[in-house]
Design a binder for this molecule. Structure first.
Ligand code: SF4
Ligand code: SF4
Length: 474
């Protein structure tokens, strides 16, 4: 057993407001340089939709992630030799129009405008050519379903659903999906890079680009199935979400999580058995990937795990953080959170609690089962295609647990009798329900973000590490 610690995140989609407040601090702090105008390490998409860059989920187009060749795992982008042969022309790369052409405005014209009858206006101009341009796409172009009647057809999560029905006004549904790098356990970006510039940090699993080694081949950009590595045209190097490691090392949470208005994000440590990564990523049945990935996670309360981890050099502070990790509780103990598109086989480590939605049919009698996950406005199949490679059972159970929790709390607060039957039906105890309610609804900062500090400055020559941590200037 090779125990490793991974910093990971859970996002509760039930509470996402789609306010984009997470994206802005990340943009302002990490990608405000030249060459990074179009880059959003964190963006919020509206689903259904094709997202940013366009159709990122469709690996028939972008050839990202892994697939099984016979029984072995190989990159969709092709073998090492075939990738080297097309190194000067990688046809799988998204083009700038798939992201969007960044634009700005001539603000000086507004400020310097003399007083006149009508308000002054300024046209968008391209940040690439400097010329006036029409704005036709952006990182949240489909916000709140704008234009989805045109683009929604390209959303692959409608697999096994009649998509045209769900794009009709009367049937339409929506949810917000905030996205950042998944800091995968089996990252395709790392495996794709011919220069070995991408790496997964030993101590916390954060995936970084070594700016000194990067040669701008951009295989990481096409190799990442989530399209969360970007090319900075000015420096000629790749850049990606760094999970705000300078903050994480100091025991603070990432900026996107810190600023989240809906308090949907939880950040914590998870322990896993790294020896099992190749076997789990090569699971034959893709619907088993979620369950197998969960089985890699180790119980931080288990004394054997704890002593093995200490003997393998994992600091006690990490073990203590893992023992009260909200991520472990939500994803492993309670089975409420799921990985995004596990079928890409990168073993992603940013997980999502599926959103509840109104029931389609009005339930007349009091005795009727209100926990009907199959009857919700957001089709269960759609959520399963997004989170469990189409396996509906675990998503159904998670939604039923959330609904049972609601029924239980409602019975306690508004009705005279406590409704324990709803909990028992989904295998929950009262204690579990109270703990879940505390974490999902009331949790304070220190409960949502449980992170150990790292004394990096005491151990390493930081000057030596310059560039390897993701930024030339660090
Ligand atoms: S999500 Fe992040 S770690 Fe995973 S393949 Fe993409 S860039 Fe690499
Ligand atoms: S973890 Fe930090 S770098 Fe990554 S998306 Fe969030 S704010 Fe941006």
């Amino acid at each position: 057993m090779n125990i490793k610690a991974q910093i990971s995140m859970v996002l509760n989609l039930d509470k996402c407001l789609g306010c984009h407040t997470c994206s802005i601090p990340c943009k302002n702090v990490w990608t405000n340089r030249r060459g990074a105008e179009y880059i959003w390490f964190n963006n919020v998409e509206t689903k259904p939709g094709i997202g940013y860059p366009k159709k990122w989920e469709n690996q028939d187009i972008h050839k990202g992630g892994w697939h099984l060749k016979g029984s072995s795992l190989s990159l969709r982008a092709g073998s090492r030799t075939s990738r080297l042969l097309k190194i000067f022309h990688n046809a799988d790369l998204p083009a700038i129009d798939d992201y969007y052409e960044p634009w700005t405005y001539n603000y000086a014209k507004l400020i310097a405008s003399p007083t006149r009858k009508h308000q002054p206006a300024t046209r968008p101009k391209s940040q690439i050519t400097g010329k006036p341009m029409p704005v036709t796409w952006g990182p949240n172009w489909e916000d709140d379903l704008a234009g989805v009647s045109t683009t929604g057809d390209g959303d692959p999560n409608f697999k096994n659903l009649e998509r045209q029905i769900y794009l009709q006004f009367a049937k339409v549904f929506m949810l917000h999906l905030p996205r950042l790098c998944e800091h995968c356990l089996n990252p395709a970006c790392v495996a794709s890079c011919p220069s070995g510039a991408l790496y997964k940090r030993e101590e916390d699993g954060i995936v970084l680009v070594d700016q000194e080694r990067c040669r701008g081949w951009r295989y990481c950009v096409s190799g990442c199935p989530y399209k969360k590595v970007y090319f900075n045209w000015h420096t000629g190097r790749s850049e990606k979400c760094i999970f705000c490691y300078p903050r994480i090392e100091a025991g603070m949470t990432s900026l996107c999580a810190e600023t989240c208005v809906g308090r949907i994000r939880y950040v914590g440590v998870i322990l896993y058995d790294a020896d099992r990564v190749p076997e789990v990523a090569a699971t034959r049945d893709e619907q088993q990937l979620y369950a197998n990935q969960t089985s890699m996670f180790l119980d931080p309360a288990d004394s054997e795990v704890r002593s093995a981890a200490i003997s393998q050099g994992i600091p006690e502070s990490y073990l203590n953080a893992a023992a009260s990790s909200p991520v472990y509780k939500l994803a492993v103990e309670w089975g409420l959170a799921f990985p995004l598109h596990p079928e890409f086989r990168t073993l992603p480590m940013v997980w999502y609690v599926p959103p509840l939605s109104p029931l389609i049919q009005f339930l007349e009698s009091e005795g009727e089962d209100r926990n009907d996950a199959d009857n919700m406005r957001i089709p269960l199949t759609y959520l399963a295609n997004l989170l469990t490679a189409g396996d509906e059972a675990p998503v159904r159970l998670a939604l039923q647990k959330l609904m049972a929790l609601r029924t239980y709390m409602r019975s306690q607060r508004l009705e005279e009798e406590t409704n324990l039957a709803a909990l028992e039906k989904v295998g929950m105890t009262e204690e579990m329900a109270r703990e879940m309610y505390q974490l999902l609804a009331l949790a304070k900062y220190g409960d949502r973000f449980v992170l150990p500090t790292v004394k990096r400055e005491a151990k390493e020559d930081l000057y030596q590490a310059q560039g390897s941590l993701g930024f030339v200037d660090v």
